[in-house]
Design a protein around this ligand. Structure first.
Ligand SMILES: *Cc1c(COP(=O)(O)O)cnc(C)c1O
Length: 356
């Protein structure tokens, strides 16, 4: 039976990417060797690293003012690494707290400099994106989380400011076009919308990069990895390879612009059903709803397990909500086909016929 993967992360990848990855795990090119065992200094891997990097430039329309690297340690390591590099002891940075990941980012930054809370949506269990706040011109940067994987909220646009943003785009990178000129740094763990866990994409504005704050250990210095094209030490080759294949797939499907249209249509299909169906209610405020992670509840808690069972029977895997929100979360990243969302919507409809 066909399965639709709604897990939040690690998450769905295009089927053709998985198939090509499986082939390359057996043999890369005609080397007679598995990609898992070739040297990271081989031509095969050098080509992969190059294509991965140039694909990021292409998809996000980045000019030469940006550096692109693939690092390890997950998006979580960027919480401290960004502050370690950019926030001097006496410098100030603002943080917008829109959920668990933002909270963690702020906690780490406080270890390095004057990291302050600029705005928060904690008062309503993070069901919205704060909008009314001042961005102090003296801030070194403002840290944002563009899509809140756990709470299902997403910035629909970014605030206007002269202060550069450092943005955690782990769960919506490549899902829609962005104006990159506002960002000093963008980072994203691969395992939500790009590839398997292991690689973290980091994009740095060169001018912002010149404003680093302190000496840091070699491995934690962005310049180290830039100078060696992400191969200062052994990179997570397989994760970068699969990410590269996903970017190839993205380009074939109209790039970020093409995917944005599909993502909007998928999200509309599901949110329309949540709003129409008498049994369900969405958790995020409508104007801040995420196109990637759709969080919703059943009016009747007693039916939760039955709905999960029905969804699973229809092939929908991974829709149980995060414990801090409850209910359900359908993650509908780039690789989720409209057909998968339709299957879930059909389960919701028949559930209403039975229980409504
Ligand atoms: C999953 C996630 C993280 C953590 O990613 P790791 O790679 O596991 O460290 C950070 N930020 C956001 C927005 C996420 O969705």
């Amino acid at each position: 039976m066909k399965k639709y993967n709604f897990y939040a992360g690690p998450a769905i990848l295009p089927q053709e990417v998985i198939e090509q990855s499986a082939k390359s795990a057996l043999e890369i090119g005609d080397t007679g060797l598995s990609l898992l065992e070739v040297s990271h200094r081989s031509k095969e891997v050098a080509d992969i690293m190059e294509e991965a990097k140039t694909s990021v430039y292409e998809l996000l329309h980045l000019n030469d003012n940006y550096e692109v690297v693939f690092l390890q340690g997950g998006a979580s390591s960027q919480f401290f690494m960004s502050a370690m590099n950019f926030l001097g002891e006496s410098e100030r940075a603002g943080y917008i707290d829109t959920g668990s990941w933002s909270t963690k980012a702020l906690k780490e930054a406080k270890k390095f400099g004057q990291a302050e809370l600029t705005a928060s949506s904690k008062d309503k269990n993070y069901n919205y994106i704060p909008k009314a706040y001042q961005i102090d011109k003296d801030l070194k940067y403002l840290h944002l989380t563009s899509n809140n994987t756990i709470f299902g909220t997403q910035y629909q646009g970014f605030p206007d400011s002269d202060v550069k943003y450092i943005c955690d785009m782990s769960s919506d990178i490549f899902s829609k076009p962005i104006d990159t000129s506002k960002f000093g740094m963008i980072y994203a763990g691969a395992q939500k919308n790009l590839g398997p866990a292991g690689a973290t994409l980091v994009i740095l504005d060169k001018e912002f990069l010149a404003r680093t704050s302190r000496e840091v250990p070699t491995m934690l210095d962005y310049n180290t990895h830039i100078a060696k094209d992400s191969s200062f030490n052994t990179p997570p080759v397989f994760s970068i390879y699969v990410s590269m294949l996903t970017m190839r797939w993205l380009k074939k499907h109209g790039g970020v612009e093409g995917l944005a249209q599909k993502n909007e249509a998928k999200a509309k299909l599901l949110y329309d059903e949540i709003d129409r169906n008498t049994l369900f209610v969405g958790t995020a405020q409508k104007e801040d709803r995420s196109l990637m992670n759709v969080c919703f509840l059943l009016n009747n808690d007693a039916l939760v397990d039955e709905f999960l069972a029905q969804s699973a029977a229809a092939g929908c895997v991974g829709i149980k909500g995060h414990r801090s929100v409850g209910g359900f979360r359908a993650s509908i990243y780039n690789a989720m086909p409209q057909e998968g969302v339709q299957v879930l919507v059909d389960v919701m409809k028949s559930f209403e016929e039975k229980h409504g």
